[in-house]
Design a protein around this ligand. Sequence first.
Ligand SMILES: [Zn+2]
Length: 473
Amino acid sequence: MQVPVAGELSERESTELVELLRQLIRIKSVNPPGDEILVARHLERVFAEEGIASTVVEPFPGRGSIVARVHGDGTGGDPLLLLSHLDVVPAEPEGWSHEPFAGDLADGYVWGRGAIDMKGMVAMEAQVMRRLARSARAAGRNPATDPIPGLRRDVIFCSSADEEAGGWHGADWIVNNHPEWLHAAAALNEAGGIATTYGGIRFYPIQVAEKGFVVYRLHVKGRWGHGSVPTPDNAAVLAAQIVMRLSESGPVRLTDAMALSLKRALPHMAPRAAKVLGALLADPNGGAGVEAGDVDAALRGICDPVLGRTLSAVIHDTVSVGIVQSGVKYNVIPGTAMIEIDCRTLPGTDEPAMRAELRRRIGEELWARLEVEFVHVGAAVQAPLDAPIFGILESVLRDHDPDGVPVPFMAPFATDAKHLARIGVPTYGFSPLRVGDGDGLLDLMHGDDERVSVEALRWGLPVLWDAVIRFCS
Ligand SMILES: [Zn+2]
């Protein structure tokens, strides 16, 4: 028997997929503390039942990750990596209509923390592995050792700990200690492939890039004094001025990925939105067609607020003020203040460039009152847009939703892709889900009532399957 090429989904597989997701949600893996080992062990049992060889590692107590592999005949090149993470962010039950860790199946949805980010994709990727193993067994082969019929590349499954806190106890550890486990031509990961409806059109953003980050602590030097005699040397006042300047948005820069994204989207836009995006493409900073050169306002005018902010974030190096501290007592003028900031950098903006941008925004006079403490940096990543895998991802989306429009996209946040980039594995965000309005990634990720519809999962698995088969056979 050959590997089935079209992704027809049987009732059995559909039920297995939904039930696996519900089980994964019920195994609480909130980071911190994580406890991902419990989910990893569960997947190890699921794979063992199918005869799939897997390895669970626990390099830090409770922080488990799992890697499994099925084999191709080796004639097709390097493997495809199905990447995911096992941890989820916290959920407070108060805001939810279903208990966040019960894995309820109600009203056509699987409810719970992780349904979208990203146990739904973990379940879909595991189901792809199950199906590959079954096709080997049906051909009288051992999926732990023998090539899967029709498969020319290996398929690796890796679901790791700690992504929600940087991946240091998960993907980072594996990359540092067992890079050979993840060596692949490309990886499919979270944060792309989920339908986003805009102007009545279903767009499928395929994540090809993600922003980096730089964290700084800015120590403001003022002068201590008596509260009865106010002074401009008050460090809290200086900090307030600095915060105001940092909150202004900087220059626009269109990276290759975002320029291509806008070009692909443009023909599907209503006239007003097309005018704004066209002007942005023609002249990213201050194009005459972008009202008063104010890109943020123009985007707000054509998008809902969440999408508008997201688009703005992926065409700017952004600064978000996270912590402001100053003062000891009401009648003591503070001589020091501390501002902790979260800078998110576009591909091509390194740490010195970000520091220079901060200096430009803050201005020389206030900059002179600062000591800049560098805390942390993570580079932005960009996968090739001309790689065969990207064309395959676009074509399977078109085949399964002929009215949908696939577009490349940059995530404003970081995922484990940054760790894979260090060993040269380009990562594409592709967890295909055909969801309706209000059910998308931006609506539900890390929010209350996180859920995924059974229909979306049933659509997504064959899409993922076809992508895997087209790339690997
Ligand atoms: Zn995630």
